[in-house]
Write a protein that binds this ligand. Structure first.
Ligand SMILES: Cc1cc2nc3c(=O)[nH]c(=O)nc-3n(C[C@H](O)[C@H](O)[C@H](O)COP(=O)(O)OP(=O)(O)OC[C@H]3O[C@@H](n4cnc5c(N)ncnc54)[C@H](O)[C@@H]3O)c2cc1C
Length: 392
């Protein structure tokens, strides 16, 4: 097992870092991380990333990529994460949807969407969860009825995060209604223009001020050529994509700036005349976080190495997802303890430390063990697929 990088990959990183140091401001990163809608600067930044050849390095050449190893994508995501930019460039389309289009989409679909994703021009939102189908996703009820050249779709999704600014909905809906088939067999995936007549998007604002949404479909007509892959195979495609999604989304590097800013803070801040950095308890807590970040990186490197070498993954990316999302909570909890009562002040408040980043991350961190599958479900996967324990 070799987690090292080739000379070409290191050169790519060097060129990328030079670009990011110049172009990726904290303001651009924030336009994505708070999900208030991607601002024009963030879109422009994504386009520049593409224009400089940093997007789609691992995608096939015929769809605008460069046909190289996924390691290049991981380097990109790591370097963005280190600069608070984990969700830049355009997020769901690039790290999640495109992989399934590449694997399962028709030639027409690949031509229509991949190049625009690679150019940073379009964003998708993920339409899986329903009010009664979250962890038990296969219980979804949204109906897509085939009528000649169209599917007519009716029903409700909830917690669809980018729906207020994405151009397209990556939508899962039921297409087989027979009572006798297992429920996961009758689901299909679609690409829907989010502005289609009959779609209503309503905001749900989380405690960290992020916007996610309810999305209602009332007799929405979706052309047949927007069915991704085969009808009734959608659930399998979602499961097929999940490991790679975890490798791309749960990158430990996005936690590094939190630790680095805390280290800087304790060096610069005095309590009773002495720098906080001299306090052995604080040193111990920060050292513990450094240890866990190293562990997270090794876990991520392992499952990414499997993906890059086309070794079938079963539960390894799930271990990374559970560990990284829970580590985020432990890290910001340490941050809150170090900042004391000032840590609770919001950004904009006169005495707020570290621009309110720790307070915001603390509130945000509750979603990391829920979104994209909860920690409980993750542990079920590890127990059953990894340890061979029976399903309950
Ligand atoms: C901020 C935010 C953004 C999100 N963004 C999106 C998005 O963009 N697109 C999208 O489709 N979804 C999104 N989600 C939805 C997310 O994927 C679901 O919330 C998640 O899968 C859990 O589903 P649920 O909320 O219905 O909880 P439930 O499934 O009702 O679970 C409730 C509790 O029971 C536990 N539980 C359930 N089943 C089991 C079991 N078998 N074993 C052990 N414990 C169990 C769960 O772990 C959880 O603690 C988002 C959620 C949040 C909070």
């Amino acid at each position: 097992m070799d987690f090292g990088y080739t000379r070409e990959e290191e050169e790519f990183r060097k060129r990328l870092c030079k670009f990011l140091d110049r172009e990726l401001t904290e303001e651009i990163a924030r336009q994505n991380w708070e999900d208030k809608g991607v601002g024009p600067e963030a879109r422009e930044f994504s386009r520049k990333l593409a224009a400089h050849g940093f997007l789609g390095m691992s995608w096939p050449k015929e769809y605008g990529g460069q046909g190289l190893s996924p390691t290049y994508d991981f380097i990109l995501l790591d370097e963005l994460g280190k600069r608070w930019g984990a969700h830049v460039p355009l997020d769901v389309a690039y790290t999640m949807v495109a992989h399934t289009i590449l694997r399962r989409g028709s030639e027409e679909m690949k031509k229509e969407f991949l190049l625009r994703i690679i150019r940073g021009e379009i964003e998708f939102c993920l339409g899986y969860t329903e009010p009664n189908a979250g962890s038990d996703l296969a219980s979804m009820r949204m109906r897509a009825v085939e009528e000649g050249d169209y599917f007519t779709i009716t029903g409700q999704k909830t917690f669809n995060t980018e729906a207020h600014y994405a151009e397209y909905h990556w939508l899962a809906a039921r297409t087989d209604f027979s009572p006798n088939i297992p429920k996961h067999r009758g689901i299909s995936l679609f690409i829907v223009d989010i502005g289609s007549p009959g779609i209503t998007v309503r905001p749900l604002i989380t405690m960290s001020g992020e916007q996610t949404n309810e999305v209602f479909y009332e007799n929405v007509r979706v052309p047949r050529n927007r069915l991704a892959g085969e009808k009734n195979k959608g659930f399998y495609y979602m499961m097929e994509a999940i490991d790679s999604e975890r490798n791309h989304v749960f990158t430990p590097c996005r936690l590094l700036p939190i630790l680095e800013e805390l280290i800087q803070y304790v060096k610069e801040t005095k309590f009773m005349g002495k720098p906080l950095a001299e306090d052995p308890l604080i040193q111990e807590k920060l050292a513990q976080m450094a240890i866990e970040l190293e562990v997270a990186q090794v876990l991520a490197d392992h499952s990414r190495w499997m993906e890059s070498n086309e070794i079938p993954m079963t539960y390894e990316p799930e271990i990374t997802k559970v560990f990284v999302s829970e580590l985020e909570q432990r890290l910001v909890d340490v941050g809150m303890q170090i900042l004391g009562h000032y840590g609770q002040l919001e950004e904009g408040s006169k005495w707020v430390p570290l621009r309110g980043r720790i307070e915001w991350y603390f509130l945000h961190s509750f979603m990391t063990t829920i979104g994209a599958g909860t920690s409980e479900i993750g542990r079920n996967v590890i127990a059953q697929r990894g340890l061979g324990l029976p399903r309950s």
